[in-house]
Write a protein of this length. Structure first.
Length: 365
C-alpha cells in the first residue's frame, strides 16, 4: 500500500473552460491536502502539459470550445504506453457517461457534484495509478536484471564452450587419465534453442525443461544420422563437431546438413507440442584441441578459437537461421544455397565475413 504522503504529492491537472469550475476544484483539492495541482482552461494545451509533467490524474471537462474532452482523450491515448488514461471526467452531461468510459476515462462524476464523492474518487484513482506505476517500474527492473543475467550467462557459456578451465588445462599437461589430440580442420556447430519465454509456452502442457530435453533428444538422432560427434550441452546450447576424432574432408558439409536438419527438428517439435521454439545456429571451421578426460567416467570436450568463433556465430546470429564463417563457406562448395550477411564486428576476432545457409542446392534431374 502507498502512504498518504505519496498520494497527496501526486501531480494533478484540472481542465475546464469555466474559471468558476477550475477554482472550485482547486479549492476542493487543496482542502483535501493535495499540494501539486495545476490547471488550464485551454484544452489545446493538455497534451503538451501532460508530456512535460506526466500527471498522475487529469480532471477533465467534456464540453469545451475548440476541442472537447473526447478529442483530448484521443490525443492522450497516443502518449500513454499502456493505453490507460489517468482521466476522471467531471461534466454536466451525464448522458455521455458510457461514451466517456469507452473513450478511455477511468471514472466519471456528474455536475453538480458532491465534494466528498469527488475527493474519494480522486483518492482511489490516484492510489490505483501510483500502484500500477510502482508495479510497472518493478517489472521493468526485473526484466532489466533478467536480461543482464541472461547476457552474463551467455558470456559464461561461450567461455566454457571455448576454453578449458584452469583445472582441466593443468590436467591436460600432467595427468595420465587425460588424452589430448589436435585437429587441424574441424567444423564446430553450436545451436541455441530460443523461444522459451512465458508468452511462447505459457499455455502449453509441457514444461520448458521437458521441451529442451525433447529437442536435444531429437538433436542426438540427427547428429548420429549425419555421423557428426555430439560434444556436450550447456543450458539451452548444443555443441557438436565433425572431422574428429577421425579426420574427414567433408566435415563442413556434414555439419551444414546437420544444421539444416536441426531447423527441421525444431519445426517438427513445434508441430507436436504447439510451442514456438527456434534454433539459432552458428558454424565455424578451423583447428581445435580435443581431450578425453577420466578413467571410469569419460568426458570428451573440445576447445580453441574455432569453438569461440562458432559461439560468436550463434550468439550474433538470427533465430531460425544458420550463420557461418568465411572459412566454413569456402569448404562447403556448391552443395548449399548461401546468402552473404556482411561483415560482423564481434569481440575478440574483430571483423568477420559471415554468410547464412538458406538451404541445399537442388539436384539437377
Amino acid at each position: 500500500m502507498l502512504d498518504a504522503a505519496a498520494i497527496l504529492a501526486a501531480r494533478i491537472l484540472v481542465v475546464d473552460d469555466q474559471q468558476a469550475n477550475v477554482m472550485l476544484l482547486e479549492r476542493m483539492l487543496a482542502t483535501a491536502g493535495y499540494a501539486n495541482v495545476t490547471s488550464t482552461r485551454d484544452p489545446l494545451t493538455v497534451c503538451d502539459l501532460h508530456r512535460t509533467n506526466q500527471y498522475d490524474l487529469i480532471l477533465l471537462d467534456l464540453q469545451m470550445p475548440v476541442m472537447d474532452g473526447f478529442a483530448v482523450m484521443e490525443q492522450l491515448k497516443q502518449m500513454e504506453p499502456d493505453g490507460i488514461l489517468p482521466v476522471l471526467v467531471i461534466t454536466a452531461q451525464p448522458q455521455h457517461k458510457l461514451r466517456a468510459l469507452r473513450a478511455g476515462a477511468r471514472d466519471f462524476v456528474s455536475k453538480p457534484f458532491d465534494i466528498a464523492e469527488v475527493q474519494t474518487r480522486v483518492h482511489n484513482m490516484l492510489e490505483v495509478r501510483l500502484l500500477n506505476g510502482a508495479i510497472r517500474r518493478k517489472n521493468e527492473e526485473i526484466t532489466r536484471l533478467f536480461d543482464q543475467v541472461v547476457a552474463e550467462r551467455k558470456i559464461s557459456e561461450r567461455l566454457v564452450l571455448g576454453a578449458p578451465p584452469d583445472s582441466i588445462a593443468a590436467r591436460l599437461q600432467v595427468r595420465p587419465d587425460v588424452t589430448t589430440a589436435s585437429f587441424a580442420s574441424v567444423t564446430v556447430l553450436i545451436a541455441d534453442v530460443v523461444g522459451l519465454s512465458d508468452e511462447s509456452i505459457g499455455d502449453l502442457a509441457i514444461a520448458p525443461t521437458d521441451l529442451i530435453e525433447e529437442a536435444f533428444a531429437d538433436f542426438d538422432g540427427a547428429v548420429a544420422a549425419r555421423d557428426v560427434r555430439k560434444v556436450k550441452t550447456l543450458g539451452n546450447s548444443y555443441l557438436a563437431a565433425a572431422g574428429l576424432p577421425t579426420p574427414t574432408d567433408d566435415h563442413a558439409a556434414r555439419t551444414a546438413h546437420l544444421a539444416l536438419d536441426l531447423l527441421d527438428v525444431v519445426a517438427r517439435l513445434n508441430e507436436r507440442t504447439g510451442a514456438r521454439l527456434q534454433a539459432r545456429i552458428g558454424l565455424a571451421s578451423g583447428p581445435v584441441v580435443a581431450a578425453v578426460i577420466g578413467r571410469r567416467q569419460f568426458l570428451y570436450d573440445v576447445w580453441g578459437e574455432t569453438v569461440n568463433i562458432a559461439g560468436l556465430m550463434e550468439s550474433h546470429g538470427v533465430a531460425g537461421r544458420i550463420q557461418v564463417t568465411a572459412a566454413t563457406r569456402a569448404l562447403l562448395g556448391t552443395g548449399f544455397q548461401l546468402e552473404r550477411r556482411g561483415t560482423l564486428d564481434v569481440p575478440g576476432p574483430g571483423a568477420l565475413e559471415t554468410w547464412f545457409i538458406d538451404g541445399r542446392t537442388p539436384v539437377a534431374v
